[in-house]
Design a protein around this ligand. Structure first.
Ligand SMILES: Cc1cc2nc3c(=O)[nH]c(=O)nc-3n(C[C@H](O)[C@H](O)[C@H](O)COP(=O)(O)OP(=O)(O)OC[C@H]3O[C@@H](n4cnc5c(N)ncnc54)[C@H](O)[C@@H]3O)c2cc1C
Length: 302
């Protein structure tokens, strides 16, 4: 069966857009259109949509805040689901525990925790993504990551089944998890430690300052391009291999942090991808290290 996009459009109204330009949903500000872009208003609408597309074998991608994703120029010949504002709730469950919707931004969670005297979530103020993305990526910085504060998640699979998964049933590793690709995270329960607003604020400010000093801001990027899961950090390997001045068109490498690849104007996603491959090849031949991508690349090659 082939998806009838017009029929879906009628059924889901303004929640569904045909041929939506994806570049505005990615921090790189790059990417072609999605055949079908769906922004569910609530869980029931999401379940209904999943059941409508189940028979079709098109790929389904979930997009969070797009801060770790490079979308190819030809776009996504399939379905992109982005959870909307109805999935951004946040509430206090206990004095050190909060429940958050998967689409809420990490920075907002950090601020909510601070305002409720909950520590251990300060690092989230430095990560520009959503909670759903942070869980899939096991995002973190300065010694913390989401696995350390996560109690459980609620997910829905492509069959529309909902389940709750506790932290100890998820395998977290450096910038990733073993969660199946067909799971959509709906919400999460996070647990911190009780502290004081003043101390939390101070820590948040320190971390934000450290970030400002070591990483570029106000640029079109996906953050760290390669994972730091080798003896030497990826930026060191890139620098030592003499790749830090490499570029392809307007796809450049940040002068401040050479693991940050940047759309410095009119780059295409293909330029960023070529630059990634060029650096990977050079680092491999110079150091023998096979750099592993941290950013996700989605979309069709052509
Ligand atoms: C300037 C900058 C600084 C950064 N600094 C850091 C840092 O310090 N530490 C760090 O770890 N990362 C960092 N990143 C990378 C990025 O912010 C994180 O990986 C972030 O957690 C990604 O979240 P997102 O919502 O943007 O995910 P996206 O890029 O939208 O998606 C990432 C992955 O998560 C999946 N996903 C997203 N939401 C859901 C959901 N609800 N259900 C299922 N799957 C989902 C997507 O399918 C995709 O596979 C940085 C990025 C930038 C641009």
């Amino acid at each position: 069966m082939n998806l009838n996009a017009d029929l879906l459009q009628k059924k889901f109204g303004k929640s569904l857009i045909i041929k939506e330009d994806l570049s505005k949903y990615s921090w790189f500000n790059l990417g072609g259109p999605a055949d079908i872009f769906f922004r569910p208003e609530n869980k029931d609408q999401l379940i209904k949509f999943l059941s409508e597309i189940r028979e079709d074998n098109r790929k389904v991608y979930i997009l969070g805040a797009g801060s770790n994703t490079l979308i190819r120029d030809s776009g996504v010949k399939g379905v992109v689901i982005k959870l909307g504002s109805k999935f951004s709730d946040i509430k206090l469950l206990e004095k050190d525990t909060i429940e958050v919707g998967a689409a809420i931004l990490d920075r907002k969670v950090s601020d909510f925790a601070k305002n409720n005297d909950i520590s251990s979530m300060e690092f989230l103020s430095c990560i520009p993504g959503s909670i759903g993305g942070a869980i899939i990526m096991n995002s973190g910085c300065y010694g913390s990551d989401i696995s350390k504060i996560l109690l459980s998640i609620k997910v829905i699979d492509d069959e529309g089944n909902e389940k709750e998964i506790k932290n100890d049933k998820i395998k977290f590793y450096y910038r990733g998890t073993d969660l199946p690709k067909n799971y959509i995270i709906l919400s999460a329960i996070l647990k911190g430690t009780v502290s004081s607003k003043q101390l939390i604020e101070k820590k948040q400010e320190e971390l934000i300052q450290r970030k400002k000093e070591s990483q570029p801001s106000q640029i079109k990027t996906g953050g760290s391009t390669f994972k730091n899961n080798h003896e030497k950090k990826a930026w060191m390997l890139i620098k030592e291999s003499g790749c830090d001045k490499f570029y392809v068109g307007d796809a450049k490498i940040s002068e401040k942090h050479c693991n940050f690849f940047v759309n410095d104007g009119k780059a295409k996603a293909s330029d960023i991808e070529k630059l990634i491959n060029k650096v990977k090849k050079e680092v491999q031949s110079r150091t023998g290290v096979n750099l592993e991508l941290e950013i996700k690349i989605i979309g069709d090659e052509k």
